[in-house]
Design a binder for this molecule. Structure first.
Ligand code: F6R
Length: 606
């Protein structure tokens, strides 16, 4: 959600800043801009739309300079326009910002009364004028920034340059992530390590309230009291190569096809080849935990909902799954010593992070399932089990979801074993079932042309219903979310048993009803629901296995037959055709699959 970069070097920075923004474009793509110092004066280029519009503008009107900042925007305050695009600037200072300044109206009023002229509708511009005001009072850039930071309320990551100071770049963090990159004779700022991947793998992460001065003399980090502090330098294993589309048309398709490999990698880190668990110890005693709370947003919360079934069935452990944005404000009572699992691909989702903070303040031990290794959520949790799916660039999450399921399944087995609900033999059988999933996904991927054909039948739909029972109910929610996000078709996920309690009123011949129903112990029940839909002229699109097909009374409109799989791990396999269906439907509608309208990956504001 808004990406920022900054660079201080001896070479020209404009092109390198744009390359960095390309790797952050998944965070927002309604406008972009950069600012550098040209002859020590602030100069900017900004453009509305995708980053390419900025690149085109720079080709026509190049920008020189060896220090600069860049931004790709996901609008919060003010519609996408050149005036609202970052950087925001005065004669003295230029600022890029990720986050929301909550007291900007009050600041703006105060600064306007002092004669500052605002040119945008954004909250960010108040930061530029506030720093300018302190500079005019004679403060140094460092002191002016420190003074301004103390006046800001809300969440932010900032990168700032100053007219007349070609050797200075300042960054600050409160609530939104910011990484400092150490190069060879040059230094960088970025919203994440990925932005800086081709430039350096030596990264420090600012802590809450930190601000940093980058100059040829080196890096000086201050905490919120302005005291100088040191922050660990991490070596990342990211490379620029990891974020190409390869032979694929879209990142989403590439990431769908990576799933057999990344599920295998994630499983290999948590299990031995002879089907024993080799998990990191959790920060609580599974036997003593009375109930587990799982908190996440969006797709990650649906992974949590699948895990609820697993923990309850395999470990006899009751689970509450909560949407982070609801949990954080509800004031939920939590017994001291309780356990929480947070799930997040990015590890930066603002609501999930706030839920984590709440839980820790209320005496909970927190285990995080995250993909980005040194993310804020990873750093603030008591224990991390990483999904090893590599960078996920497509805004619609796919491989993060199935690797989250892989980790959560292993955690449920660990809990089940510790609580004496299942034994080693059962764990071994279930791990063998999980081990076979990647090959079965490969079989599904080999037949993806069939889903492409099915997508032609979905593309004209106005509404689509997704149904499932048990662990396939969260998959129905996930299928509907994927379709909504990238094809803009309205879709709803429902537990199949709820059909008669309302949604059946929607059924007519124009509405596809996607049913996810492997032949498990709930199949007969779902099969009855299918009859009810067919009897009302509904268009059932059934995802099942051979046995399911053989036992289907009525012939659905369309059947996709999937490989047989142990019901315990079925949601991991069934995620893939559901993703492909959304992908191909979006493709046939001609939408922007990797960067769907209004969305951004990594939601770092509330
Ligand atoms: C959907 C999607 C989102 C994310 C959600 C949480 O395709 O990607 O719903 O799952 O924003 O993001 P993370 O996992 O980064 O916390």
């Amino acid at each position: 959600m808004c990406g920022i970069v900054g660079m201080l070097a001896k070479r020209q920075v404009a092109g390198i800043l744009v390359d960095g923004l390309r790797r952050l474009e998944y965070r927002g793509y309604d406008s972009a801009g950069i600012a550098t110092l040209v002859d020590s004066k602030i100069d900017t280029r900004r453009a509305v739309g995708k980053l390419q519009a900025l690149a085109d503008k720079l080709a026509e009107e190049p920008l020189s300079g060896t220090v600069g900042i860049g931004h790709t925007r996901w609008a919060t305050h003010g519609r996408p326009s050149v005036d609202n695009a970052h950087p925001h600037f005065s004669e003295y200072v230029a600022v890029v910002h990720n986050g929301i300044v909550e007291n900007y109206r009050e600041l703006r009023k105060e600064l306007e009364e002092k004669g500052h002229i605002f040119k945008s509708e954004t909250d960010t511009e108040s930061i530029a004028h506030l720093i300018t005001d302190y500079l005019r009072q004679g403060l140094s850039p460092q002191k002016a920034t420190a003074a301004a930071l103390k006046r800001l309320e809300g969440a932010f990551a900032l990168a700032i340059i100053f007219a007349g100071h070609d050797d200075l770049l300042i960054g600050a963090r409160r609530g939104s992530p910011l990484a400092v990159g150490y190069g060879d004779g040059e230094m960088y700022l970025g919203s994440d390590a990925l932005a800086l991947a081709p430039l350096t793998n030596r990264i420090s992460y600012l802590e809450e309230g930190d601000w940093v001065e980058l100059s040829p003399a080196g890096v000086v980090i201050h905490d919120e009291t302005d005291a100088i502090v040191s922050r660990k330098v991490h070596e990342t294993n990211l490379s620029g190569a990891a974020i190409g589309k390869g032979e694929y048309r879209h990142f989403m398709l590439k990431e769908i096809f990576e799933q057999p490999a990344v599920i295998g990698d994630t499983m290999a880190a948590l299990t031995s080849t002879d089907n024993h668990l080799s998990m990191p110890p959790v920060p609580f005693d599974w036997k003593a935990v009375p109930r587990l709370t799982i908190v996440a947003c969006g797709t990650a919360s649906y992974a949590g909902l699948v895990a609820k079934y697993w923990f309850e069935q395999l470990a006899g452990l009751g689970v509450d799954v909560d949407i982070a944005s609801e949990f954080r404000y509800r004031g939920s009572p939590m017994a001291q010593g309780g356990a929480m699992v947070v799930i997040s691909q990015s590890g930066e989702t603002a609501d999930t992070l706030a839920a984590l903070t709440y839980a820790k303040e209320h005496g909970q031990k927190v285990l995080a399932v995250v993909n980005v290794a040194h993310s804020t959520i990873a750093r603030q949790s008591d224990c991390v089990v990483q999904t090893l799916c590599g960078p996920e660039i497509s805004v619609a999450s796919t491989k993060a979801f199935t690797t989250q399921l892989t980790v959560l399944f292993c955690l449920a087995l660990q809990a089940g074993l510790a609580r004496g609900v299942i034994d080693e033999a059962r764990v071994s059988t279930l791990l063998q079932a999980l081990r076979e999933v990647p090959a079965k996904i490969t079989d599904v991927l080999r037949e993806d042309h069939k889903l492409q054909e099915l997508a032609q039948h979905m593309a004209d739909a106005k509404d689509v219903l997704y149904l499932g029972r048990g662990t396939l109910f969260p998959l129905a929610l996930e299928g509907a979310l994927k379709l909504k996000e990238i094809s803009y078709i309205h879709a709803e996920g429902y537990p199949a048993g709820e059909l008669k309690h309302g949604p059946i009123a929607l059924i007519d011949e124009s509405m596809p009803v996607v049913v996810l129903a492997p032949h498990d112990n709930l199949f007969e029940k779902t099969s009855s629901n299918i009859q009810e839909v067919v009897a009302r002229g509904g268009k059932v699109i059934l995802f099942t296995d051979k046995k399911g097909l053989a036992n289907m009374g009525t012939k659905p409109y369309w059947v996709t037959t999937l490989p047989d799989v142990d019901p315990a791990v079925a949601p991991i396999l069934y995620a893939v055709p559901v993703q492909l269906l959304a992908y191909y439907t979006a493709l046939s509608k001609g939408t922007d699959v990797d960067q769907p309208r209004n969305l951004a990956k990594s939601v770092t504001v509330e």
